[in-house]
Each structure stands twice: as C-alpha cells, then as structure tokens.
Design a protein around this ligand. Structure first.
Ligand code: SIN
Length: 282
C-alpha cells in the first residue's frame, strides 16, 4: 500500500490496495494514521460491491443506517444511494444530498465520524465534491477571532427551514424539513479538539450552524458570516473531480464538505454512501 500526500494542506491518495480483500493489521494501522493525518483519503479504481464498502467502513466505527429505507441498498441497508436517477417518476435515492457546506450529522449530540462515498455513475459535467480543511481554517484565523470564539458554542439545526442561508431544492423537501422543525437544536463548541491528534478545528458550517448559544443574533450572525466566508477561501479547499470506481473517505471531526452540483437532472450521478458514528465534540 502507498500513501501519497496531495499538494494542498490536506488529503492523500492511497494506492496498491484492493478494498475487496481483508486488510492486514499493518495496512489497517497505517490507514487509521493516514486518516487522521490527512483527513481525506482517495482510493482510485476500486471495483467494490456494497458489502465490501460496508466491511471497510466498519473499521472506522459503528456504521449508521440513515435516510429513508427506499433509498438504501435492499440487502445492505447501511449503504445509501445518493442519486438523481428516477424510476416511474420516483427518486431511486437521495437527491441533492449535501448541497451546502457541512460536517455530517452535526445537529446530533454525537455527530458523524467517517463518511465514505463510492462513485458508480457520473454526469458528463459537474458533480464534484469539495472538502475544506477545518484545522487549517482555524489555524489561519486572526488571534482576536480565535480568542473571541474560544469558549463559544454553535447552535446546529437539522431542518433547512430554520436556516435562512440555505434553500430547499430536493423534491418533497419542504414537507420533509417541516417535520424536522420540532427537533431541538444541538450546541457544540465552535473550536473542536480532535480526540486523536489534539489539533483544533473550526466546527461550524453554513448548512447546520444557525446561531451561537447565549449570543444575540445581532452579534452572532455577522460573526458566523465572517467564519463561513473564511472557510470558503480556496487555500483550504480540495475539490474532488470524481472518476468511476473512486472511493473517498473523510474525517468529519476536521473536514467540512459539500456536493457542488452543476449537472442536469437527466445526467445521472450515482454515489454509494456509508458513514460511521463519532463521539461528543469537545
Ligand atoms: C454528502 O454530503 O454526503 C454527499 C456529497 C456528494 O454527493 O458529493
């Protein structure tokens, strides 16, 4: 197995590994280290089935069963289909998943840890996924901002309807999100410490962070705008241009991501997704 760092602040390509095969102890140890060191790992030319993706994901924590049952792979329900494919006018999978910057499941008390996407079908243009290095984002903040946010907690809401910064584009989305309006917001430290490396990261996202605990919106919203704008600077971003059979995994404790769209509804993109449960942020 070879690990080659990408040219930016984070991310690495892993080669000479076949994810259909059981991992040796040595490779697993090296992969776990690479995962926290590089935050995003890219594996090209993996010809895996859903059960291989599930078995690999399990090495990085308990795999979750997310989204509606009809959008999961029937005999491997931990694997969710993200796609714009339709069957008899009904979506085959989750449409427009992850279309704003976020860290997975941050509105939960225990948010997501690792997420794995595997490319099965790609549109003729667009469909990239962008990743932001939230360690680098935090480290490059001015000292005054670091001091200002050091003990603040962001409020994370699951319903898009509670967030004026985002729009609902998914078919049937308004009904879906209306049901989530009653779910209480979750607060997390805005500066998160990585439990393995001890590095700090900025833990807010445009999709989920709608306010700051115990701070009036008059003060909180401009601060969030400033942080979101800083996060979107290209110095901290890796844009993954997918190839069929790529598997990409990342660490939600230190990475924000978004699906960048840019393709038509009839131009099919199909991604198989798994994710694991993390720990309470501190
Ligand atoms: C996600 O946020 O889980 C999906 C990202 C993508 O499809 O590019």
């Amino acid at each position: 197995m070879k690990i080659r760092k990408l040219s930016g602040t984070f991310g690495a390509e892993v080669s000479e590994i076949d994810l259909r095969e059981p991992l040796s102890e040595g490779d697993l140890k090296a992969l776990k280290k690479a995962f926290v060191d590089h935050q995003v790992l890219i594996f090209h030319k993996q010809q895996i089935e859903p059960q291989h993706q599930l078995a690999f994901s399990r090495h990085f924590g308990p795999v979750q069963k997310l989204y509606a049952e009809e959008h999961r792979i029937a005999d491997c329900p931990e694997v969710v289909v993200l796609t714009n494919e339709m069957n008899d006018g009904k979506p085959v999978g989750v449409v427009a998943a992850g279309d704003y910057w976020h860290s997975d499941l941050s509105p939960n008390k225990t948010p997501g840890l690792a997420t794995f996407l595997y490319a099965r079908k790609l549109p003729s243009q667009g469909g990239d996924t962008e990743f932001a290095d939230m360690h680098a984002v935090y480290e490059s903040l001015p000292d005054t901002t670091k001091e200002r946010i050091a003990s603040l907690r962001g409020l994370h809401a699951v319903s898009k309807l509670k967030n004026p910064r985002v729009e609902v584009t998914r078919p049937g989305g308004a009904e879906y999100y209306k049901k989530q309006n009653s779910i209480p917001d979750q607060s997390h430290p805005m500066v998160r410490t990585h439990p393995v490396t001890g590095r700090k990261s900025l833990y807010v996202s445009l999709r989920f962070t709608i306010g700051i605990e115990n701070l009036d919106d008059a003060e909180a919203q401009p601060l969030l705008d400033e942080l979101f704008e800083h996060q979107e600077k290209s110095d901290f971003i890796y844009r993954h241009k997918w190839q069929i059979d790529d598997l990409v995994m990342w660490d939600n404790r230190s990475v924000n991501h978004r699906a960048s769209g840019g393709y038509d509804m009839g131009d099919i993109r199909r991604i198989h997704r798994t994710s694991t449960l993390g720990d309470v942020p501190f």
